[in-house]
Design a binder for this molecule. Structure first.
Ligand SMILES: Cc1cc2nc3c(=O)[nH]c(=O)nc-3n(C[C@H](O)[C@H](O)[C@H](O)COP(=O)(O)OP(=O)(O)OC[C@H]3O[C@@H](n4cnc5c(N)ncnc54)[C@H](O)[C@@H]3O)c2cc1C
Length: 245
């Protein structure tokens, strides 16, 4: 069996959603449940899909990328989890969103469905927790998976539901170290990759992702086709996203 990436395009659709619930999952993670009549045909194919959230600001529309964490097409509900940081348009919106508030979302534009991976390694910071949680929920029974996740406090640990064989490593580092890759690299150095063909998925701050990607490709000689590495945010830049091909 060999890994195959099935890239699926979706019709681009904008949806107007209404906030149904806004609660905290951990001190720094908020969960917003949205409802909307046109969620019935929302594509929900790959754990690292993303939608654009549109914010109407005094400087015009701003967009931010977020992971559809869960969908209930019958109840027409979509869940998005927001990692809170000091300030940002999306973060502030999620901090104060009230029941009945509305928002427009666009996408997902496409999904990359990874098929045939014998094992997985998932590396991320708090912004990657929704995609990692979704991946863990969807992995087949008994799949060997290591997840290495950086957070700022033990209270930020999440309970994951999974049927996979999960080796979970939490890295606790202060806010000021969010752009330092050292501890994640150290945990990765101490992670054995099983036999067979496996997929490594990385989503952290862009500099951290770059360093981890370099290490995987050069020191671990991991095949680039079995690696997806994204900068989910860029220190000092608003709404930034870096893709590493
Ligand atoms: C494909 C994809 C999926 C994503 N999914 C999620 C998701 O499901 N949940 C989620 O919480 N995030 C997710 N993100 C990350 C999120 O889009 C960014 O963190 C975004 O910058 C947040 O927007 P904002 O308006 O709050 O801050 P911005 O206005 O974009 O940024 C303001 C300042 O905050 C900094 N900043 C941004 N994020 C952080 C952070 N986490 N910690 C510290 N400083 C930060 C920026 O560098 C900037 O200086 C995803 C990103 C991508 C590319």
């Amino acid at each position: 069996m060999s890994i195959f990436i099935n890239r699926i395009r979706h019709e681009i659709k904008k949806r107007k959603l209404v906030v149904k619930e806004n609660k905290s999952l951990t001190p720094n993670m908020r969960r917003v449940v949205f409802e909307g009549d046109d969620l019935a045909d929302f594509p929900f194919l790959s754990p690292d899909d993303h939608v654009k959230l549109f914010f109407n600001t005094e400087n015009g529309y701003e967009m931010r990328d977020y992971t559809p964490r869960a969908i209930d097409k019958i109840a027409k509900e979509l869940v998005i989890d927001f990692a809170m940081h000091e300030n940002g348009i999306a973060t502030d919106w999620a901090r104060y969103a009230k029941i009945g508030d509305t928002i427009e979302i666009g996408g997902p534009r496409g999904s990359s469905v990874v098929e045939g991976s014998e094992w997985w390694v998932l590396i991320g910071d708090e912004t990657a927790i929704p995609a990692i949680a979704r991946r863990l929920e969807e992995l087949p029974n008994g799949t060997n998976v290591t997840a290495i996740i950086a957070i700022t406090d033990p209270a930020e640990r999440h309970e994951f539901k999974t049927n996979a064989k999960l080796n979970l490593k939490w890295i606790i580092r202060p806010e000021s170290e969010k752009t330092n890759p050292q501890e994640l690299l150290f945990a990765l150095e101490n992670t054995n990759f099983p036999e067979g063909e496996g997929y490594v998925w990385v989503a952290c701050e862009a500099h951290v992702t770059r360093k981890i990607r370099e290490y995987l490709l050069t020191t671990r000689k991991h095949p680039p086709k079995n690696l997806k590495a994204s900068g989910y945010w860029v220190k000092g830049q608003m709404g930034a996203h870096e893709k590493f091909e």
